[in-house]
Design a protein around this ligand. Structure first.
Ligand code: GLU
Length: 460
């Protein structure tokens, strides 16, 4: 059997989009589970929109998230000769012709077709005119006029296209440059690709590309068109409904494994098992199980999966991953007496590493600001914090149990609710009403700093 070869073929017109990562992921997984190869091709023939910085962003992000190609990526912009040769081969086979229709001529044709209620498309008027190549001519593929093309899609099954609905597409522009479809088909052949896995927005391109393949005598390919990635508003995912670039999520501290897990779930699921890693995916993924309907990218799913993946890290792994996020806000992770206790106690305080780093801020540095509403609710107009300062001051054994006992006694003696007692202290220590158990929080801060912060809020 032929070795399975897949490819991810991004156009470098923007940073790596998470929908693109999903496409790359499925290509990678399908290749690996078939002991095949995963390749990357940069489709940068659109010189105006393609940029080197985007190409670098795409390649760096893919490899750092673990989707490493088995061969060096190729760039279409450097392969012009190969496409021209292929076009010449199609001319020799008699399956292409030169067309010198002017723009006015084409516009007129379009108008007439629309007026007659027909689908506007090039009608092949130059096909049998024997026009010679000149600087005004484009090269067109002579697409069969009858019959049909059947695409056997691994996800969608059989998709039929009538040839009569396909016009003679342009292979070479009048300036001699090859068009997108020609390059795409030639490269799949040259890279020995066997399986094209891409977004469903490419379905309508498929019969056209198959005609080019046939004209060149290339072997058939396997296709799988993935469902679109939608935002929670069920519209195509775009910057309007969510952050779309992979980097934005990595920068916020979503783990690569959680991002891949979330993206794999965009169109595929593994029964009840929601939390899985790349290796599991390679073992269990089945492209035929991918759904046809659009897949919704929901940040709350990513949040949940990220917290699951974070919880599976050892303390050391967790600290190593967290460190750069603390560096970012000017904190050296080791600048704390109880660092391990601190990190262990706060590792579930948010869904992502940058959120956790922010939660850790008051444990390392002076509080930047207090939660005003919380102060009004819990501190203003009572003497609780004042009383607690005295009580805490008198505790000799600064351990969780002694502290909690003292706090409970004060609460019961004064007939107060737990938050009435705990929240003023929390606000004094962290600026906010969220922290681990209060006894533990006080232990992490130590007696001296705890009392200092309480005093500071009292004089605030
Ligand atoms: N360059 C195309 C894109 O970025 C991909 C084409 C393909 O996968 O065949 O959408």
């Amino acid at each position: 059997m032929k070795e399975i070869v897949t490819r991810f073929a991004p156009s470098p017109t923007g940073t790596l989009h998470i929908g693109g990562v999903r496409t790359a992921l499925f290509n990678y997984v399908y290749a690996k589970q078939n002991n095949g190869k995963f390749l990357i091709r940069i489709e940068d023939t659109d010189r105006e929109r393609s940029q080197k910085k985007y190409e670098e962003n795409i390649l760096n992000n893919l490899s750092s998230i673990g989707l490493i190609p088995d061969e060096k990526p190729i760039n279409q912009s450097q392969r012009n000769n190969i496409y021209i040769k292929a076009a010449e081969k199609i001319i020799e086979s008699g399956n292409a012709y030169w067309c010198d229709c002017s723009q006015e001529n084409l516009d007129q044709m379009r108008k007439e077709q629309i007026a007659a209620g027909k689908k506007p498309m090039y009608d092949g008027r130059s096909r049998n005119l024997g026009i010679q190549q000149s600087e005004k001519t484009v090269l067109r593929l002579a697409t069969p006029e009858d019959g049909e093309i059947i695409v056997n899609d691994l996800i969608r099954g059989e998709i039929k296209f009538n040839n009569s609905e396909l016009d003679d597409l342009i292979l070479l522009r009048s300036d001699g440059t090859p068009t997108y479809h020609l390059c795409n088909v030639v490269d799949d052949y040259e890279q020995n690709v066997t399986t094209v896995i891409r977004g469903e927005d490419h379905i309508s391109n498929t019969p056209r590309q198959i005609h080019i393949q046939k004209a060149l005598g290339y072997p058939d390919l396997e296709y799988a068109h993935l469902p679109l990635v939608l935002g929670t508003d069920k519209k195509r995912l775009s910057k309007r409904n969510a952050a779309t670039s992979l980097e934005e999520y990595r920068d916020k501290g979503y783990l690569d494994s959680a991002i891949l897990n979330t993206l794999a779930r965009l169109g595929w699921s593994q029964g009840e098992n929601e939390v899985f890693y790349l290796d599991d995916l390679i073992k269990n993924f089945n492209i035929k199980e991918v759904q046809k309907a659009g897949a919704i990218f929901d940040i709350t799913k990513l949040d949940w999966l990220n917290s699951q993946h974070l919880s599976k890290l050892s303390l050391e792994e967790f600290k190593n991953l967290l460190k750069p996020f603390l560096d970012e806000i000017g904190i050296n992770i080791n600048d704390h007496e109880n660092v391990d206790l601190l990190i262990e106690s706060l590792r579930t305080s948010d869904n992502n590493l940058s959120g956790i780093a922010n939660m850790l801020y008051p444990y390392y540095k002076d509080i930047k600001e207090y939660d005003d509403a919380a102060i009004k609710k819990f501190v203003t107009g009572n003497t609780i914090l004042h009383d607690l300062k005295e009580i805490l001051h008198n505790i000799d054994n600064w351990d969780e149990e002694s502290i909690n006992n003292a706090l409970t006694k004060y609460q019961e003696d004064n007939n107060l609710k737990v938050p009435q007692v705990n929240q003023p202290v929390r606000i004094a220590l962290t600026g906010k009403t969220k922290s681990p158990g209060l006894g533990l929080t006080l232990v992490i801060f130590g007696k001296e700093l705890s009392l200092e912060r309480i005093e500071k809020l009292l004089t605030f």
